[in-house]
Unconditional design. Structure first.
Length: 179
């Protein structure tokens, strides 16, 4: 036996799905470390929305929300170089969320440059005497910026309750007319 669904029920279901669709979205942050052949060390992190890029897929540069990395020590120009997301020109982030396939960043902050070489390795240079191979080591992926789930305001909740009551009364009235 087939059940008839009214257009109202189908539209109500669609509206509910539209309202609830972002309930499972999370911003994730991956933190990593790096070491250079010249004694450099550093760390960094980047965030992305896991509803845009699902687990196991590569994470493209355009899907990043934020990111930065800092290199210190060794012969690093100025002692420290920081590359913000705006300085990143290319990334190879394979196999989200653990990046077990590759983690690599190409960047240029105006003073120094990172150039992707092979998986997990980039060439860092400043156009002068500083040249080192930087190896990225994947770290941990955590939930970034936990935010409370937005709730409807009081008038919206009252409206929904009224719609449910009116729908129930309409169904009862309809059943009485049919019987």
């Amino acid at each position: 036996m087939m059940t008839k669904h009214s257009l109202y029920r189908l539209l109500s279901l669609l509206a509910l799905l539209l309202i609830v669709s972002d309930a499972f979205a999370l911003e994730r942050r991956h933190s990593f470390t790096l070491t250079g052949t010249g004694g450099e060390t550093g760390s960094g992190s980047f965030t992305w929305d896991d509803t845009v890029v699902t687990d196991g897929n590569p994470l493209p540069l355009g899907s990043l929300i934020s990111g930065s990395l800092t290199i210190t020590g060794g012969a690093t120009p100025g002692g420290t170089q920081t590359f913000l997301l705006a300085d990143w020109t290319n990334v190879v982030f394979n196999n989200t969320p653990n990046f077990a396939g590759d983690l690599n960043i190409a960047a240029n902050n105006g003073v120094a440059t990172l150039t992707i070489l092979i998986p997990y390795t980039a060439l860092a240079s400043d156009g002068g005497p500083w040249t080192t191979n930087v190896t990225f080591t994947p770290g941990a992926t955590t939930i970034a910026n936990p935010i409370p789930v937005p709730l409807l305001d009081r008038p919206a909740l009252i409206f929904i309750v009224l719609m449910i009551v009116l729908t129930g009364l309409w169904q009862l009235n309809r059943q009485r007319r049919l019987n």
